[in-house]
Design a protein around this ligand. Structure first.
Ligand SMILES: Cc1cc2nc3c(=O)[nH]c(=O)nc-3n(C[C@H](O)[C@H](O)[C@H](O)COP(=O)(O)O)c2cc1C
Length: 378
């Protein structure tokens, strides 16, 4: 772990340690993966302006998200199945984030439940909500997040239909893993992962199993979730959910200026410009390409954050330069988690922080909160 010098190193370590089905789940996008790759490529196209002979001592990468000052404007994005990358993965990631001083978001489709994470950590975390057809379940989830003292609700709007990821279908992705001959053979080549998974009882979607009538095993869970994403979801529903939550409220999955305005009108604390890391609508724009228009449209009244494609501190700096007041990272921390549990997540955060700080200085800037588009070459 200590030898890793960049997120790509963590990705390679993750790939070696974790069974193919779970690694592929992280490292893939929908259909042709064009948007998945565009997210990263469009970041790389943004070039910095090198500045020299400027006093850049005493730099600060601090910025607030939801009013809380952070060492850097980066939160851990909600991700499903994190507890299959490493035993109790969500708990480990939440603890690593808390120690580093950045927020952690727990997914509806996490392996560890809201209660598991709340019990294991003292620092409040954010909860991400998917809207299911079973609105009673949604109400109960919101109540559970409140009871666990989650400090923000993040509503994801870009997954009412599942974008097809070829690898997940071919691998027969499930939690716990289905014991086909192919999966068994592959798991036998990952002894460290197998031994580690034997140390926990948490190997299924614990926000759901045991909380929905009739969903108590793998088979009933699979058919329940497949049928549950609510394709009727509309802005009235979003407004109603906003009303039901009296804390900080974030909408995630916005890639269009009109949608951004609709989200801002509902009264949100932040909007996340996101295409789900290129896992949903393939063939759409990268998020960094859409960011300036959305900041222009709502940035004066609403905090605009960005995710999808961030693999370095340099990418965080690029996003902030173009107006993002915060960022989320998904794969960048999952690679660390898969590579080495909590220590891997810490490593990912350290790498991103160091890159961000050094690049800030090499651009001749001291204060991240004050950078603008002029640090980029036009
Ligand atoms: C493996 C994986 C699982 C994800 N699961 C969820 C989820 O359960 N809920 C959600 O809102 N977003 C989910 N996302 C999307 C992330 O929250 C985030 O938008 C995305 O990872 C950002 O792109 P990046 O991975 O390039 O940083 C997932 C992403 C990945 C990679």
């Amino acid at each position: 772990m200590q030898l890793a010098t960049c997120i790509e190193d963590l990705r390679q370590m993750h790939r070696r340690r974790v069974p193919r089905m779970f690694y592929d789940y992280v490292d893939s996008g929908s259909w042709s993966e064009a948007t998945y790759h565009a997210n990263e490529d469009d970041f790389a196209r943004l070039k910095f302006r090198q500045k020299v002979a400027v006093d850049v001592s005493g730099r600060s990468t601090q910025m607030p998200m939801l009013g809380q000052m952070l060492p850097m404007p980066v939160a851990l994005a909600p991700t499903g199945f994190a507890g299959m990358q490493y035993a109790d993965g969500e708990i480990l990631a939440a603890k690593a984030a808390a120690d580093f001083g950045v927020p952690f978001t727990l997914s509806t489709l996490a392996i560890c439940s809201i209660e598991d994470v709340a019990e294991a950590t003292d620092t409040p975390f954010w909860f991400q909500l998917y809207v299911m057809r079973d609105r009673d379940f949604v109400r109960r989830l919101i109540a559970r997040a409140k009871a666990a003292k989650c400090s923000a609700l993040m509503l994801t709007l870009d997954l009412q239909l599942m974008g097809q990821r070829h690898k997940d279908i071919k691998n027969g992705l499930s939690a716990p893993p289905r014991l086909t001959m192919g999966n068994i053979i592959n798991m036998m080549t990952k002894p460290a992962w197998c031994m580690n998974m034997l140390t926990t009882k948490r190997r299924e979607f614990r926000n759901i199993v045991g909380h929905v009538e009739g969903v108590d095993d793998m088979r009933s869970l699979a058919s329940w979730t497949a049928d549950q994403f609510d394709t009727t979801l509309n802005w009235d529903d979003v407004a109603a959910i906003r009303k039901a939550w009296d804390g900080a409220f974030i909408i995630k999955g916005i890639l269009d200026v009109e949608d951004a305005k609709a989200a801002a009108n509902i009264g949100v604390d932040a909007v996340v410009v996101s295409n789900h890391g290129g896992r949903q609508l393939d063939g759409t724009s990268s998020t960094i390409a859409m960011l300036p228009q959305i900041v222009d449209a709502i940035g004066k009244t609403t905090d605009v954050w960005l995710d999808s494609g961030i693999r370095s501190g340099q990418d965080v700096l690029r996003a902030v330069a173009l107006g993002a007041k915060g960022t989320l990272i998904g794969r960048a921390y999952l690679y660390g988690l898969g590579a080495g549990g909590g220590a891997g997540v810490t490593k990912a955060l350290e790498l991103i922080h160091k890159e961000l700080d050094t690049t800030l200085g090499l651009c001749g800037e001291k204060n991240l909160a004050k950078v603008g588009a002029d640090i980029l070459l036009s």
